[in-house]
Design a binder for this molecule. Structure first.
Ligand SMILES: NC(=O)c1ccc[n+]([C@@H]2O[C@H](COP(=O)([O-])OP(=O)(O)OC[C@H]3O[C@@H](n4cnc5c(N)ncnc54)[C@H](OP(=O)(O)O)[C@@H]3O)[C@@H](O)[C@H]2O)c1
Length: 245
């Protein structure tokens, strides 16, 4: 890595799921700023259009593309991965960021919420990885970075579905890391604490300045990619320095 510690990603192609808002948007911005071409995935076309307009102000318009795909659908995911490779010529970096959270006690949780949580936060990551791996291998290596949560190791009442989905994602990530490391595909997962986004319908107002910013998570993603290929930081816990007491 260069002395200024900033990995340059010119010629690299990234796909960021859930890149239209929040943490995914910040990750897409950071990768673009370092020269990567970036496909952002998301559910709603209007959010993707808005994100694309904002990202086009930061970088060459030709370096940004969007793809509306539901990660709960393996067919959608296959199309999104193929669409990325068709558009930019390959794939080097997969960031599995899209997720949902429904916070309710188990006794009151509709089965639909449990199913959507597991299908999005776990099955969706499996579909994306499975479809991406042949393309990453074709490039001779790459990165898979999964956005997990500290909720995976700190379960709480009302968070059973979310914590369980993220704990399973951690186990998945560690197994996949061992499967792919000798192909020079480096699998890592990031576990942020509270981040100021609109996740699960939250609207962070005054008094939430202690939370992480989406850019803090994006910085970790960039740092992971910048590591010398000799070393593999496979799990990162990222906390607000001074959480509310
Ligand atoms: N915010 C936090 O406090 C926090 C803390 C720790 C970890 N995390 C993790 O960080 C990641 C990003 O969270 P965030 O706070 O940035 O969330 P967010 O603001 O709610 O954004 C979620 C993104 O995921 C997309 N998405 C949701 N369901 C999808 C599906 N089925 N298929 C495709 N895309 C889908 C959304 O698309 P649309 O725009 O179309 O809805 C949006 O782009 C998640 O993995 C979350 O678990 C968040």
């Amino acid at each position: 890595m260069a002395m200024d510690d900033t990995p340059q990603l010119h010629g690299r192609v990234a796909l960021v799921t859930g890149g239209s808002r929040g943490i995914g948007f910040a990750i897409a911005s950071a990768l673009l700023a370092r020269g990567a071409s970036v496909m952002i995935g998301g559910l709603r076309q209007e959010n993707l259009d808005a994100a694309r307009a904002r990202l086009s102000e930061l970088a060459d318009e030709a370096a940004v593309e969007t793809f509306a795909a539901n990660v709960r659908s393996h067919r959608d995911v296959q199309r999104m991965i193929e669409g990325t490779v068709d558009r930019f010529g390959g794939l080097d970096i997969l960031v599995n960021n899209a997720a949902v959270g429904f916070f309710r006690e188990v006794a009151d949780q509709p089965a639909e919420e449990w199913i959507e949580t597991v299908e999005t936060n776990l099955n969706g990551v499996f579909y994306c990885c499975r479809a991406a791996i042949p393309h990453l291998r074709r490039r001779g290596g790459g990165w898979i970075i999964n956005v997990s949560s500290l909720a995976a190791k700190n379960p709480f009442a009302g968070g059973a579905a979310y914590s369980a989905s993220k704990a399973a994602l951690n186990a998945f990530s560690e197994a996949l890391m061992q499967e792919l490391r000798y192909d020079d595909i480096r699998v890592s997962y990031v576990m942020p604490g509270s981040v100021r986004t609109e996740f699960a319908g939250h609207h962070d107002g005054a008094g939430t300045e202690w939370k992480l910013a989406p850019e803090d998570v994006a910085q970790v993603v960039v740092d992971l990619i910048g590591h010398d290929r000799r070393s593999l930081p496979s799990r990162v816990e990222l906390r607000p320095s001074k959480p509310r007491k």
